[in-house]
Design a protein around this ligand. Structure first.
Ligand code: NAD
Length: 479
């Protein structure tokens, strides 16, 4: 039976059916029906979070630890079921869906630990007899707005630190992937969160998200999504003088030098550009390859691409699932056409595929003879499409890698310590990989980028405290 999931406001499940969640591997398969909140319900959720804040922010580490640990344990215990539903609603493979669910459990476990490690500083004042305490306090009501491509990991890496540091939450997930969001809220509710601490408002960004942006009672907004929406979040947050954090797009370069291990370089490109159907902000969409290895690299990559199994996300053999929906599929095809019109050659893939069930299947595409000025090399495509840009040497590769409006991740494949070290120091990205795919990061260290990719403090690990707390400096005269 198709489940019907409601919004969660002030400890109650509320709302009538509003939207339907369809499996992109099989458009005849309905994952569930979901309530769609309006602006009034968003307002109720914000009011509930505001009312719950004083008690939760003073609840102390043990209460928060207990909830986060219990949630982590349940997510891990149910990883196969939750991961399967994630693959059904987003289209990434079952292995990727389960892997992402395990990641979410690890994040809750990490932040359960963080609740017991919170600390401040005591320092002597420059004035004799005066002591100074530097402490961190919760920010207040945090608005969490998330995209569709990591339906459980991104909500987890925002919700877990927000709760660990004593904030209350209004959470608005992406319309395409409500099931994973609903599961995480259901689990946290049953793990013992007091009413009003975590509120779920599923619905349209332009309605529910906008109501959050417009409310003076939302003290901080953490957003992951496109640059266009990120700019709206920024403008509205400045208007209210609230804290905000943006994680947005990428056009991540993977540099391959003549001295690279060819097998490693091809593995990195294949994984970084096409796994998760290329729908990752960290995807290697620009493959910047020096002359001496270019032809061998392109031949080997095409060979490996031809062996990729594209199919139903739930089939055990599938390596690349479908594109998330018809709109994104059209965007991918449009960018392939734009690249070709600008002079790139479609060296492999790019065609729609028929499978047993109706879905949004696309053969991963490789554009060669691309230049860094083409739109297909400058704008985020967000699909299984990569461009190969030929360069003469390392210096040109570094210049091209940095010549982009984005700065999330970058990578280099080389056996030269000198070039690897120079690249780590001079790449204008928040995260740099050597002989590794640009995608694939740990949960306990900072995540984030520069330029058009990110704004505000880093996410994840201990660095998350920068966003989810505010610093207080207190003075005491003891004589
Ligand atoms: P999107 O900007 O369309 O939507 C993101 C969220 O914003 C959704 O929940 C949406 O409903 C909401 N939203 C839309 N309009 C709004 C408004 N007016 N006010 C408030 N909220 C509104 O992005 P998407 O298509 O869901 O996600 C894809 C994008 O996310 C890509 O650009 C990708 O690079 C980016 N992304 C970035 C990271 C990162 O960490 N840098 C990670 C994953 C995805």
């Amino acid at each position: 039976m198709t489940p019907f999931r409601q919004n969660f406001i002030d400890g109650e499940w509320v709302g009538d059916a509003g939207s339907r969640n369809i499996n992109p591997s099989d458009t005849g398969d309905v994952v569930g029906d979901y309530a769609s909140a309006g602006a009034a319900q968003a307002g109720q959720a914000i009011a509930a979070a505001k009312a719950a804040f004083p008690a939760w922010s003073r609840s102390g580490p043990l209460a928060r630890h207990a909830v986060l640990k219990k949630a982590s344990d349940e997510i891990l215990a149910r990883k196969d079921e939750i991961g399967r539903n994630l693959a059904r609603e987003e289209g990434k493979t079952l292995a990727e869906g389960i892997g992402e669910t395990i990641r979410a459990a690890q994040i809750f476990d990490f932040f359960a630990g963080e609740t017991l490690r919170l600390s401040g500083e005591v320092v002597p004042s420059v004035r004799p007899g005066v002591g100074v305490e530097i402490t961190r306090e919760a920010v207040g009501v945090v608005g969490i707005i998330t995209p569709w491509n990591f339906p459980i990991a991104i909500p987890a890496w925002k919700i877990a630190p927000a709760l660990a540091h004593g904030n209350t939450i209004v959470f608005k997930p992406a319309e395409l992937v409500p099931e994973s969001a609903w599961s995480i809220v259901d689990i946290l509710h049953r793990a013992g969160l007091p009413k009003g601490v975590l509120n779920l408002v599923m619905g349209k960004g332009s309605v529910v998200g906008q109501a959050m942006l417009d409310s003076p009672d939302v003290n901080a907004i953490t957003f992951t999504g496109s640059v266009g929406t990120g700019k709206r979040v920024a403008a509205a947050s400045i208007e209210h003088m609230r804290k905000f954090q943006l994680e947005m797009g990428g056009k991540n370069p993977l540099v391959v030098l003549d001295d690279a291990d060819l097998a490693v370089a091809v593995d990195c490109a294949l994984n970084g550009a096409f796994f998760s159907t290329g729908q990752r902000c960290t995807a290697s969409s620009r493959l910047i390859v020096t002359d001496g290895i270019h032809d061998r690299f392109v031949d080997a990559l095409k060979d490996r691409m031809s062996k990729l199994v594209v199919g139903d996300a739930l089939d055990a053999q599938t390596q690349i699932g479908p594109v998330v929906d018809a709109t994104q599929l059209k965007q991918d095809e449009d960018y392939i056409a734009i690249g070709r019109a600008e002079g790139a050659e479609l060296a492999f893939g790019g065609e729609r595929l028929d499978r047993k069930t109706p879905g949004f299947y696309l053969q991963p595409a490789l554009l060669t003879q691309a230049t860094n000025t083409m739109r297909s090399s400058r704008e985020e495509i967000f699909g299984p499409v990569a461009s190969v840009i030929r360069v003469k040497d390392y210096d040109e590769a570094l210049t091209v890698a940095n010549d982009t409006p984005f700065g999330l991740t970058s990578g280099i494949c080389t056996s030269s310590l000198k070039h690897a070290t120079h690249f780590k120091r001079n790449s204008e990205a928040g995260m740099v990989m050597v002989n590794l795919p640009t995608a694939g990061v740990d949960f306990h260290v900072p995540f984030g980028g520069r330029k058009g990719s990110s704004y505000g403090p880093r996410e994840q690990g201990r660095y998350a405290a920068e966003f989810y707390t505010t610093v207080k400096t207190a003075y005491t005269f003891a004589g």
